[in-house]
Design a binder for this molecule. Structure first.
Ligand code: DGY
Length: 328
């Protein structure tokens, strides 16, 4: 190993990242890249924490208290690639003296676009229509053929008005003339709320009762696990749709299947799942649900920006400056 290489912090990167990011990592650090992109096992994560100065994990790495209990622990920072960090036991990380960072902001627009796309896809039956054409079943235009639900001018209920919730509200209100109602225990300032044309509601239940579309934008925490359960689904209008681009376990997937099968709600559009990459098999059989494979931030531009942000966090940390995106 050259002297320069030996002097650089070592970073284990758990998944393949876009080329410009891997190039920068290789330039700035003693980077150990995952050339075949296999998801790391708990043993591989432990080995990385024992042998490298830093870990650059993603949502597919479960950094539990057990994994973080390795001895001796060499790593000092978990520079997560992604804004959500519910796959990391941050309490355990903190107890072990690890710094944890994430990559907010850079994926806000893409994730908001994804939520709006899902809303349109499920309301306008885009996936059904595509399957219909491909199957050769289409016999031509008809006044009553494949009618969906109008989106423009309807009421959108947001559970959570953080960065992504606000970006969805902006698109929906200014682009689709939708009325925006929301619940957030930590709402943004009244000026921001007014600019979005959004109206606060005192509870999740109040939003669910009123909305034609409900879009979830809460972080995944023990408190938000199964926030949308059978009782809350029962409060939604039979004509309403549920959109989830946040995290899968905010929704009780079994209760959602039951509500969709009984047509207690009109439909759902999901980008995230309770047990990713497994999907409750019954969801695959239902026409009134759209299913995407966790694509919220999946554009070339954003996946590069996320990686560069994680690099910046590592750079700042090893330069002794507080990383901008420190979580703990
Ligand atoms: C995020 O950034 O949280 C995305 O869901 C990928 O992890």
């Amino acid at each position: 190993m050259s002297a320069a290489r030996a002097g650089r912090p070592s970073v284990v990167v758990t998944r393949r990242l876009p080329a410009p990011v891997e190039d920068r990592l290789a330039r700035d650090f003693d980077a150990r890249l995952n050339r075949d992109d296999h998801p790391f096992t708990a043993a591989e994560l432990g080995e990385a924490l024992r042998t490298a100065d830093a870990l650059l994990p993603t949502v597919t790495d479960r950094l539990t208290a057990d994994v973080l209990a390795v001895e001796p622990l060499r790593a000092r920072i978990l520079a997560n690639y992604g804004v959500g960090f519910n796959h990391i036991d941050v309490g355990a990380a903190k107890a072990r003296g690890l710094t944890v960072t994430n990559t907010p902001d850079v994926l806000t627009d893409d994730t908001a676009d994804d939520a709006v796309m899902l809303m349109l896809m499920v309301a306008r039956r885009a996936v059904e229509g595509d399957r219909h054409v491909r199957s050769g079943a289409w016999t031509g235009w008809g006044p009553t053929h494949m009618l969906g639900t109008k989106v423009s001018g309807k009421t959108l209920g947001l559970i959570g008005l953080g960065r992504i919730g606000r970006a969805v509200a902006r698109r929906a209100h200014h682009g689709f003339a939708m009325k925006i109602v929301f619940h957030d225990p930590y709402p943004p300032s009244p000026a921001v709320v007014a600019e979005l044309g959004a109206e606060p509601r005192g509870s999740v239940e109040a939003v669910l009762r009123e909305a034609d579309f409900v879009s979830l934008h809460s972080p995944a925490t023990p408190e938000t696990r199964h926030l949308i359960n059978a009782e809350r689904l029962a409060l939604m209008r039979p004509s309403a749709f549920l959109i989830n681009t946040a995290r899968g376990d905010i929704v009780d997937e079994a209760a959602l299947v039951a509500a969709l099968k009984a047509r207690r709600i009109a439909g759902a559009a999901l980008d995230v799942f309770e047990r990713e990459p497994q999907v409750t098999p019954e969801l695959l059989t239902l026409d009134n649900v759209v299913l995407l494979p966790h694509l919220g931030s999946a554009t070339q531009e954003t996946r590069v920006a996320m990686g560069l942000r994680a690099c910046d966090n590592l750079k700042a940390f090893f330069a002794g400056a507080p990383p901008g995106d420190r979580v703990v």
